[in-house]
Design a protein around this ligand. Sequence first.
Ligand code: GLA
Ligand code: ZN
Length: 685
Amino acid sequence: MKMKKNKQVTKANFFLHGGDYNPDQWLDRPDILADDIRFMQLSHTNTFSVGIFAWSALEPEEGVYHFEWLDEIFDNIHQIGGKVILSTPSGARPAWMSQKYPEVLRVNASRQKQLHGGRHNHCFTSPVYREKTQQINRLLAERYGNHPALLLWHISNEYSGDCHCDYCQNAFRQWLKETYNHDLKALNDAWWGPFWSHTFSDWSQIESPSPIGERAVHGLKLDWRRFATDQTISFIENEIVPIREITPEIPITTNYMADTVDLIPFQGLDYSKIAKHIDVISWDAYPTWHNDWESTADLAMKVGFINDLYRSLKQQPFLLMESTPSLVNWHKVNKAKRPGMHLLSSMQMVAHGSDSIMYFQWRKSRGSSEKFHGAVVDHDNSPENRVFKDVAEVGETLEKLATIVGAHRDSDVGLLYDWENKWALDDAQGYGLDTKRYTQTLQQHYRPFWEEDISVDVITKDQDFSNYKLLIVPMLYMASEDTIRRMKSYVANGGRLVMTYISGIVNEHDLTYLGGWPKDLQEVFGIQPTETDTFYPKDRNSVHYKGKSYEVHDYATIINMLDGTAEGVYKQDFYENTPAVTSNHYGKGKAYYLGARLEDEFHRDFYQEIIDELDIGPVVDIKHEKGVSVQTRQGEEADYVFVMNFTEEDQQILIPSQLTDIITGEVLIGELTLQKYEVRILISK
Ligand code: GLA
Ligand code: ZN
């Protein structure tokens, strides 16, 4: 394992605490703006994201600018020692612009021009929109670039979606020409052209996928998604031209998203590519705490997973850009956080590498669709309510944790997540249409490490595998020859590699490998998978592995052994007694293939053996029951150990050696009781 270094992602040597602040909604209420400043101090907040949707306040008419109100906000925040995260306003545009330049409006996949309204719906190619965005960004950078309160740039808001207008069609064709070296045959080959007569005889015939017809051409869909990511990057690069020029020392971020139920990374864009164009990863987290379909601990595990993915994208601390101090307004049921949960859920983000706790939103708006979304300041305009006090408690806690800012997380375990793979796998018409569950499968492999308090980096395929003693690659359906070669040399050089069913099936064009499993994989694993058996939801098989029997559901691979070793065998069906779990020594390393989707208990037992063999246990071995999570950040001076009770009961834990509670100063050893949702943050020197 290569040792990581600490890194402060902004100039602040304190945790950022605050949130999206929309004073532009209250410009005719100076009393409210004055209360804001007062409440900011009372709530122990220090950083505010401004201007996110303020374009119509900044430029109410074309070329007519109003910055005075923002000047005042900057100065007022600065006066109380606060910082500003300044947003570029491209997430939503003024009506005059849509009216005068309809090209800025997006065209949907059915080729319908969208009307003005809503947000996050610009054309990402439109020359006018690019020009207007750059113009306003330049003015913002010129005006606030030297302001002492300016800490970070927030580029646009939650980039998403695509546009099917003529500009975008042309840009797509241009992108294809560059990608395929102007060779139309190469494109037709990559897209398996003759299928349903989809061979193109001229570039001009190619269009973005329509909602129905072109869905069948997987290569086209895949390339369109890649183009959408690249075109978003090109839009970002255009936005930041004046920012890089005028404020080269101010870092930039753009806020990422995730699905709220299963914490599946946002799928519209390949975030691993965008990560290379920004300085800091930030994201907006809205887990459904206290839901009625899973335990708090199960949800906490998934939150851990996505944090470890977003942290690993740049291998440095990230920022929580938005969260809610209480509830949201867009879940199916918008439930309030129970007492203790706000502090606990915030500390979990910090434990996994966040250097901020920021909220959407500072103050609830009076009208429109987000007026019931949780906020630090409610419609009562009072600091005397539960939510405000919860926020202040988080603020006070963060103030005491300042030495943790910039601390990293060392991991011996890499777990590979790939956006393109998920796109291709979800497209694949085969297997079980509802049971592919790629991200959930990664979470299943993440779980045993989370339960054992072992840090995992959730990495992407462009990263260096040799940083890890153990590399886990579940369901890598789409694996390019290059990725396969890199996995092979990882094992040859001593790495431990785990792969599963439905891996190594297609190349980067979504074309299947011919002549059986790729030869490189056969060599590394010593096997040849021959068939994937897909189960109905109630179908079961079982695998006998090292004296125990484990349940199989959804998928079972039938394996032809070459020179590998069968570690576990199926117990039923026509492939009874054939290998299900295999291992193989290759070069200086070892490779395991898990042919079946097995129950959690199997993963616990299987990975425990590897954990013991590789000696990759937790930093501090605190004994506890399931539902308590211990996560560590490593600073220059000490390790910081977050002990979190994600259960509704008191929990006894056992601390093996003296640790100091960073908040209370108590020295702790031996038994300790954690109350429901309690979190303790301990220093280990
Ligand atoms: C997103 C947006 C915010 C707000 C919140 C509500 O994260 O970025 O502007 O709409 O959702 O949860
Ligand atoms: Zn467009």
